[in-house]
Write a protein that binds this ligand. Structure first.
Ligand SMILES: C[S@@+](CC[C@H](N)C(=O)[O-])C[C@H]1O[C@@H](n2cnc3c(N)ncnc32)[C@H](O)[C@@H]1O
Length: 396
């Protein structure tokens, strides 16, 4: 299939943006074939690149490469996954004896738009975002197994299917023995995550480097991990000798898992796990531990849609106001957003507005993002979704 772009719609693709929207398509020469592959041309007929077609999506083509289309898709998959594997090995030291959990393939960032592959030691978990990648999933699973040498490969997606793109939901084994839990190591800390509590592909791999960064300042301090999931930030705080670490989450199953992970790493004291919501329970549940020297606030996706942007900024602002009431005189606040619509600027606005009411000055000292194994094309802002703002909060 050949896809011709409209005049005025070529530049983003030339600059490296991988998405061709339906409204940018002028005409096509045929129906898409069974491989869901198209070559893309500018209005003068110059070749722009090739990619995967999603016939029912507003993102009509996702460009995989500007080179000539491959004669064998299987070879392309093998080459791209091998390149992704080598990049992590040679540039990021992943996997290593310290860390065996990482993202092997990050969709557009690895020339495989629609495909996510996360590695948990000997297990590969595949998430598929698009119909074309779904149709190639058997060969992709085989290539992942062969390149990485994992024992088990499975598909996992807990999101509901949408727009005719994600056509499956749940768990499906591709290779090896079925597993009920993911067992892995991140920065010398051990984790077990049962699949029934798994969010995303199992773990928030994207926060790896931010979790490591807190080791710089938690020693001998009281730390609150708000929305703690299976205990990622908590474990790093305990590892770095925090005097007390409190984890709060509204999901009792993830709290059980956090408890097991704390014990698994040999921490028996100086921690508490609290079930509750950051929206309504902070003061009621946490007063007995206050004041905190460090608070990490990593809520679930807030503001994923443009129409909910203002409401999202104001939810951050009210939440931060409540958190400020729990803080010690000089404290560190870490605020995260996993929506690309709520980026660093929106977080700055929300935190500064909340702090001004308390006569506090907020100084930014580190800006974290998604872990480096989440490669993203430079001009593809939509793919850079995680912001993690580290601030010092002091009296003004
Ligand atoms: C983005 S995850 C946190 C990831 C974690 N920081 C890590 O590094 O693994 C968000 C967590 O927020 C929890 N959550 C969702 N709504 C909540 C609420 N209203 N109050 C408290 N926790 C909530 C979810 O159960 C989930 O565990």
């Amino acid at each position: 299939m050949k896809v011709y772009l409209k005049k005025g719609h070529v530049k983003p693709v030339w600059l490296g943006h991988p998405w061709v929207f339906a409204q940018s398509v002028d005409k096509t020469d045929s129906q898409v074939g069974k491989d869901f592959v198209a070559t893309v041309y500018d209005p003068r007929g110059n070749y722009v690149g090739w990619g995967f077609v999603s016939p029912n999506s507003s993102i009509r083509v996702r460009i995989a490469s500007r080179y000539d289309p491959p004669t064998s898709l299987e070879e392309y998959f093998y080459g791209s996954i091998k390149k992704a594997f080598n990049f992590r090995k040679n540039n990021l030291n992943l996997p290593s004896v310290h860390t065996n959990v990482y993202r092997l393939v990050n969709s557009e960032g690895d020339g495989l738009p629609g495909l996510i592959v996360d590695i948990y030691d000997k297990v590969a978990v595949i998430q598929i975002d698009t119909l074309p990648i779904f149709t190639h999933r058997d060969v992709l699973a085989r290539v992942v197994r062969d390149v990485v040498g994992v024992d088990t490969v499975f598909f996992l997606d807990k999101r509901p299917p949408n727009e005719g793109e994600r056509v499956y939901e749940g768990f499906e084994l591709a290779y090896g023995e079925k597993v009920d839990e993911l067992i892995f190591k991140e920065h010398d800390l051990s984790y077990t995550v049962p699949l029934d509590v798994a969010q995303k592909s199992g773990f928030y791999i994207d926060q790896r480097e931010n979790r490591l960064f807190i080791r710089n300042f938690v020693n001998s301090r009281k730390v609150l991990d708000l929305c703690c999931y299976v205990g990622g930030f908590m474990l790093n705080a305990l590892y770095s000798n925090a005097s007390l670490v409190v984890g709060l989450d509204r999901n009792p199953r993830v709290l059980q898992s956090a408890y097991s992970n704390v014990k698994l790493n040999g921490f028996y004291d100086n921690f508490a796990l609290v079930e509750g919501s950051f929206k309504s329970d902070l003061n009621r549940l946490l007063t007995k531990y206050t004041p905190f020297d460090v608070v990490i606030f990593d809520p679930p996706g807030i503001g994923k849609k443009r129409y909910s942007l203002n409401a999202a900024v104001s939810l951050y602002q009210t939440s931060v106001s409540r958190i400020l009431e729990l803080l010690a005189e000089d404290a560190v606040l870490v605020v995260c957003s996993c929506s690309y619509l709520i980026g660093k600027d929106e977080l700055f606005e929300a935190v500064a507005a909340a702090a001004s009411k308390f006569s506090k000055i907020v100084s930014l000292y580190y800006l974290g993002s998604q872990a480096s194994c989440h490669l993203t094309p430079l001009v593809f802002n939509e793919g850079r979704y995680l912001s993690c703002v580290f601030c010092r909060i002091s009296r003004w």
